[in-house]
Design a protein around this ligand. Structure first.
Ligand SMILES: Nc1nc2c(c(=O)[nH]1)N[C@H]1C(S)=C(S)[C@@H](COP(=O)(O)O)O[C@H]1N2
Ligand SMILES: [Mo]
Length: 523
């Protein structure tokens, strides 16, 4: 009985090791791409997660939620291969053939069912095969031992074989992690050099960034990312097409060359994106310099008449879809570069939509289709109760609290020189001012704002030598003051139309957080 239990545990460990090696093998071959064996499992996990849980996890866990979801998918995939290995080993045992002959075949079959990729499938089979082979090196059967000594020796050998299998799984896992992390689609490698036009705009942004410790410069160093799937699609530039369909005079299809071929219309725009699901003082708000063409250029060039239709649905390679008013699309932009480099895979390579002033969710990545609608329909998030298709709320964030001086400094008279800072954004309404209170909202001081980022130099650019300002970009704010006691700092913005940021607090769900950010500060 004891030995039977020990045998079961050993088989389970070997099967688990083989499952791990199968997944690691697949990862080594294709990385975190749709061909990875865990990708379809992750889709099933996401599809079967109740919408309420998705919404809750976005609000409370943020990106941790999707990471946990992916870990679960990985565990389930390992389990699938482990099960295949265990069943194969049982069958092999019954028909007295070596497990090595059956287990890898079973794993290949599972991999094939999960992904159509030959490389991914073969590597999964090879990983599992290696572990099963290690588990049978030096095998001798405990059941056939006739003496105690022989039984002990057999148990020792079984233990060794399990250790070999587990060690093998670790090795394959390590190799997989290294090889796989370097893979991820075919975004062209660049030498990091950007065009002179882009470079001068980036330089200007760097110059205009306030010199404050602890906040992102005007062009974000770490641009947030929100994806409905855990594995991003990997469309190729050469194969990419964008079709314009639905209620249009004539359906039209464009390819990447059509887009970049409109060289006269190529623009560089500083645009800020903000996720409707982020907390009031969250960090899912960032800015980049995007290169692309206005959507209308493309539609005009194909003679597509959008007429008086109500709305439009954008669709993407990851089956994401979002619907919004056609009027918003008319100001839309199709971006293929970010900060002078090809769009990174995670931000929608090869082409994404940018819809000025609207929440991030309708800025569809990996764009494949523009469908003109005659009646309203719901997008991916609206089906889940969100209302994130409209213009963004006004916000002033407080991300840096810096002590610039020292209270023990004789000259300070016991006060500490403090600095608070952050970003403010109100979409295309722009930011007129940011006010800071250091007494919990009783009195207000106007903060210093960064200069507006430059607008597109092409169109209506430098009239009377004055450069236009970016229409949809954030500003940084900063306020320096002296403090002796702990106090409540509150911050609020006024948009370019003179509207004060609403004070009333509301949660991100369903239409974006509102309220004034405040922080208790000890000097
Ligand atoms: N195809 C596709 N587009 C998408 C998404 C997505 O999951 N798939 N996420 C949306 C959401 S919710 C946001 S906030 C922005 C984020 O853009 P980023 O990941 O480039 O920051 O992309 C939007 N576009
Ligand atoms: Mo979002």
């Amino acid at each position: 009985m004891r030995s039977e239990a020990r045998g079961l545990l050993a088989s389970a460990l070997v099967a688990g090791a083989a499952g791990t090696a199968a997944v690691a093998g697949s990862y080594a071959a294709v990385g975190r791409t749709p061909a990875f064996v865990a990708a379809p499992v992750s889709e099933v996990v996401i599809a079967s997660t109740p919408d309420a849980v998705v919404t809750w996890s976005i609000q409370t866990l943020g990106s941790l939620g999707s990471q946990l979801g992916f870990l679960l998918a990985l565990a389930l995939t390992v389990g699938l291969f482990a099960l295949a290995t265990a069943v194969a080993a049982r069958l092999a045992d019954r028909f007295a053939v070596p497990a090595l002959a059956v287990a890898p075949v079973a794993c290949v079959a599972v991999a094939l069912a999960l992904t159509g990729s030959a490389a991914s499938t073969l590597a999964a089979g090879a990983g599992a095969g290696l572990v099963v082979a290690l588990a049978s090196v030096g095998a001798s059967d405990a059941d056939e031992a006739t003496t105690d000594a022989a039984a002990d020796a057999a148990h020792a050998s079984a233990r060794r074989r399990v250790l070999q299998a587990v060690a093998g799984a670790f090795a394959v896992g390590g190799v997989g992690a290294v090889l796989g992390s370097g893979k991820g689609g075919d975004v062209p490698e660049t030498d990091g050099e950007v065009s002179a036009g882009v470079q001068s705009l980036l330089d200007e942004a760097a110059e205009k960034s306030l010199d404050v410790e602890g906040i992102e410069p005007l062009v974000s160093e770490q641009f947030y990312q929100v994806d409905v799937n855990n594995v991003d699609p990997t469309p190729k530039r050469e194969d990419w097409t964008l079709s314009v369909t639905g209620a249009v005079e004539e359906e039209t299809e464009f390819d990447y060359e059509d887009l970049t071929g409109l060289s006269e219309s190529v623009e560089h725009r500083f645009v800020t994106l903000r996720c409707v699901g982020e907390g009031l003082n969250g960090k899912k708000m960032d800015t980049a310099l995007w290169t692309g063409v206005p959507v209308t250029e493309l539609l005009d060039s194909a003679g597509v008449e959008l007429g008086e239709n109500c709305c439009v649905m954008l669709r993407a390679a990851d089956d994401y879809f979002e619907e919004f008013p056609l009027s918003a699309l008319r100001d839309g932009f199709l971006a293929f570069e970010m900060n002078g480099e090809p769009l990174p895979r995670g931000h929608g390579y090869p082409v994404r939509a940018l819809i000025p002033g609207h929440w991030g969710e309708i800025n569809v990545k990996w764009l494949t289709k523009i469908e003109v609608l005659e009646e309203e329909a719901k997008g991916y998030w609206e089906k889940r109760g969100w209302h994130g298709t409209g213009p963004v709320n006004t916000v002033a964030k407080l991300h840096a609290v810096n002590r610039l001086g020292d209270a023990t400094d004789a000259a300070s008279g016991g006060a500490t020189k403090m600095q608070v800072a952050g970003h403010a954004y109100a979409g295309t309404r722009g930011i007129r001012k940011v006010e800071v209170s250091t007494d919990g909202g009783s009195s207000w001081n106007e903060a210093t704002l960064s200069e507006p980022l430059p607008g597109n130099p092409g169109e209506g650019g430098s009239e009377n030598g004055e450069q236009s300002a970016a229409e949809d970009a954030w500003r940084q704010w900063e306020h320096t003051y002296e403090a002796t006691d702990a106090h409540d700092v509150v911050v609020r913005a006024t948009d370019g139309e003179g509207n004060l940021q609403p004070k009333e607090d509301s949660k991100p769900f369903p239409s974006g957080a509102t309220g004034w950010v405040s922080k208790w500060v000890e000097p």
